[in-house]
Design a protein. Structure first.
Length: 434
């Protein structure tokens, strides 16, 4: 019993140690706000795509698509549960419409990379790992390989939706500027222009004000240039050439590109490589020239993604704690509600669903008999909000401080007891059933 608890705590502490290092680096002055944003953009546009490509292309194949069919089914069910919980619970608390898509993103998109892989790897090599053996010829290496394969395959579907729909949810909308400006005006009126309140505005509002000024200046310049061009046109009798209209293909690409992101492009490319046997053999055959050069280079760059995210997260949390002495009541409710739905209500729905599959699903899939599969599905369904969302909010400049507070409380306070209890229940479940 103690081994089960210790294994879960060790896996979670692997993540928190790197976050602590990021906090120390910020305190020492090695990382400031500008460097955080630079690192986040670099990670979003290069290291994270490398990570997704190497993880997806190496495990995906037509055979696994057929054999692992319960995994996309579980992902769809977990996503539907998260969406239904948000649509049911959020209106009950009267949350502002502005924050509803923020809560939806926090609840729908959980950590499917760093934390689950760390937990599963630790469980496989611990004393509790013997509980996860599937057959008499099983061993710890095979248990770990299966668990990571299940997790990465689940993460494939999560990453595709996260970097398309989730990426769009956390982008700045036209109505956001009006909402934030109204909130700032009411805040200044109620506090009689207090300088302390002004200094404690969230980074999202600050960036919004800057963008509002840029937009107004751009509109003014555009208006002046338009009037000047109109006067010049009146003095000219020569007709101007009509601007060339973009082709339908270009318009189609631009409309699709609105919902795309560099990690999503990498995931789709990885799907193409993984499902095309000649190209996959060319890149992943150990005797291939490209495997030792191109593939290994991509894998090396991908391994830097998660540590960079965790270091930036630690630096951001330390920064926000130094500059924001008191949480704004405006976003205290959506932050706490996001954590409550993600870390409490979602596990209450995930656990019985996976238990039912483990008990009755063997007639449809042999994966129901694999203890590692049952534990993996419980772990990926009950993890906290995805750390990658902090990248998106920092690059987009909206919900940045709110997301940092969600991640701080999720990983720094709630994650260890909740995830330890969830992992313990998962191990107890498979131990009693097998």
């Amino acid at each position: 019993m103690l081994d089960l608890i210790l294994s879960a705590v060790q896996a979670i502490m692997q993540v928190m140690v790197i976050v602590l290092v990021g906090s120390i680096l910020y305190s020492r002055g090695y990382i400031d706000n500008e460097k955080q944003k630079w690192l986040s953009k670099l990670n979003l546009f290069f290291f994270t795509p490398c990570l997704l490509f190497s993880n997806i292309a190496s495990v995906i194949s037509f055979e696994k698509l057929l054999a692992y069919w319960p995994i996309p089914v579980f992902y769809c069910l977990f996503t539907l549960i998260s969406w239904l919980l948000c649509q049911t619970v959020v209106p009950m608390f009267g949350v502002d419409k502005y924050y509803r898509r923020f809560i939806l993103a926090c609840v729908m998109f959980c950590n499917t990379n760093s934390l689950p892989v760390a937990i599963i790897s630790s469980l496989a090599v611990s004393e509790a790992g013997k509980t996860l053996y599937w057959g008499s010829d099983d061993n710890q290496d095979m248990v770990s390989a299966r668990g990571i394969s299940y997790t990465l395959f689940f993460g494939l579907f999560c990453n595709i939706l996260r970097w398309s729909y989730g990426y769009n949810l956390l982008q700045r909308k036209d109505e956001d500027d009006d909402t934030i400006v109204e909130d700032n005006v009411s805040t200044h009126t109620s506090n009689y222009g207090s300088l302390n309140d002004t200094s404690r505005r969230s980074s999202s509002a600050t960036m919004s004000d800057q963008r509002n000024e840029d937009v107004e200046a751009s509109k003014s310049m555009h208006k002046k240039s338009h009037e000047t061009a109109k006067l010049l046109d009146q003095g000219q009798s020569k007709p101007k050439a009509q601007p060339q209209q973009p082709s339908s293909w270009m318009q189609c690409f631009k409309s699709i590109d609105k919902y795309m992101s560099p990690p999503l492009y990498a995931a789709l490319l990885a799907l193409f490589v993984g499902l095309c046997p000649p190209i996959k053999r060319l890149m992943y055959n150990p005797d291939s020239f490209f495997y030792a050069s191109l593939t290994k280079a991509i894998e090396s760059c991908g391994k830097a993604s998660v540590p960079i995210v965790l270091v930036c997260l630690g630096a951001q949390l330390k920064s926000i704690r130094e500059t924001q002495h008191e949480s704004s009541p405006k976003y205290r409710q959506p932050v706490s509600l996001s954590i409550f739905i993600r870390m409490v209500l979602t596990p209450l729905c995930v656990l019985p669903l996976v238990y039912a599959f483990a008990k009755y699903g063997s007639k449809w899939s042999e994966l129901a008999n694999d203890p590692m599969f049952i534990v993996s599905m419980i772990v990926v369904g009950c993890t906290p909000t995805a750390i990658n969302l902090a990248q998106i909010t920092q690059v987009s400049g909206v919900f940045e401080e709110e997301m940092l507070n969600v991640l701080f409380w999720s990983y720094g306070v709630i994650c260890i007891p909740v995830c330890t209890f969830v992992v313990f229940l998962a191990l107890y479940m498979v131990n009693s059933m097998h």
